[in-house]
Ligand binder design. Structure first.
Ligand code: NAP
Length: 308
């Protein structure tokens, strides 16, 4: 079968760090073009300044990976789907829930595949954690997601703007994990969002959820963490503690440890290839729904100004 000719749109940090190597490492894909308004692309691959230009001038493509900030993703995705081009959405899949639902319906109409990707779900420990928890009683869950925004998102103005999600940009990764591994649905009980006085999005959030049997889930998100960083999930069960660390790459169960740091983007592209060849889509908005609920129901506190 011919490889899927894919264009990477939005040549920023994640495109260069993860998408390009994952595409190069998967024979189901060939990198047909890159698109970015200011970036100059990579040697030997056609580069265009906009998706409009690519669709008008070529080269021909079968799929796009949209690695832009979420605020501009809907228009790009709708434009691609309208031409029957398959779409891989970086997380979060959109700036609003309604636009993702609209894309999902459009994909169904056009027959193109739409993949709302959640990279953390492809971390090595996540699938075995889900399998282990399926048979356990969940007593409580604690999520600690504390990182230094100056290290991980230097100068990214979009992340602090409406639709950029602030600390929920990494926090939604934790939500993508726990919505996948916990056996029952859960929902927000209360939340506090700390928003710097000069920004539109939170720098920290404290969230309390409970599942449909009442098990408490506490989430501590903070972007002001210097020194050691934490991307951990702890689940207390009737059979002992499950710990997912390093964003899901390291799983510790009472009986064993599973570890693999480079699992996520190769797994995402393998999944996208399966969706395209099978003529299917995969659009789960549950992590974005919980973030939207935090903005809907959370108490906002103004905190000191943040400067990069
Ligand atoms: P970034 O470094 O700011 O890159 C975003 C890129 O999008 C910019 O380089 C910009 O290109 C391009 N862009 C903006 N508007 C565009 C448009 N209309 N058409 C084409 N390109 C456009 O951001 P990032 O960190 O890579 O994050 C991008 C997305 O990936 C976010 O949704 C984020 O949540 C997700 N993500 C990020 C990470 C991470 O570790 N950084 C990890 C996983 C997922 P120019 O530079 O050419 O202007």
């Amino acid at each position: 079968m011919d490889p899927i000719r894919i264009a990477v749109v939005g040549m920023g940090k994640i495109a260069r760090d993860q998408h390009l190597p994952a595409i190069a490492g998967n024979r189901a894909f060939s990198l047909a073009a890159t698109v970015s308004p200011r970036d100059s692309g990579i040697e030997g691959v056609p580069h265009l300044r906009s998706l409009d230009a690519l669709l008008e001038e070529g080269p021909a493509i079968d799929a796009v990976a949209l690695c832009t900030p979420p605020q501009v993703r809907y228009d790009l995705a709708a434009q691609a789907l309208a031409r029957g081009i398959h779409v891989f959405l970086e997380k979060p899949p959109g700036a609003t829930l309604a636009e993702v639902h609209a894309l999902s319906a459009q994909a169904e109409r056009t027959g193109a595949s739409l993949f709302a990707s959640w990279h953390s779900r492809f971390a090595a420990g996540v699938a075995p954690a889900r399998a282990w928890l399926a048979e356990r009683r969940i007593d409580s869950v604690k999520v600690i997601w504390r990182e230094d925004v100056r290290v991980w998102h230097p100068g990214q103005a979009w992340i602090w703007e409406p639709g950029g999600l602030g600390v929920f940009d990494p926090g939604i990764n934790a939500l993508s994990i726990i919505t996948h591994i916990l056996p029952r649905p859960f929902f927000l009980s209360e939340a506090t969002l700390e928003i710097p006085e000069n920004r539109a999005a939170p720098i920290a959030a404290d969230l309390h959820f409970r599942d449909t049997r009442g098990a408490p889930i506490h989430m501590d998100l903070d972007w002001r963490q210097t020194g050691p960083q934490s991307w951990d999930v702890l689940v207390e069960t009737d059979a002992g503690t499950l710990k997912l660390a390093h964003g899901g790459a390291v799983l510790t169960l009472p009986s064993e440890t599973v570890r693999n740091e480079d699992h996520e983007y190769p797994g995402l592209y393998a999944r996208f290839a399966t969706l395209v060849t099978g003529g299917r889509s995969d659009v789960d908005v549950s992590p974005l729904t919980l973030v939207a609920d935090a903005f809907l129901r959370g108490t906002r506190l103004t905190t000191e100004a943040f400067f990069d």
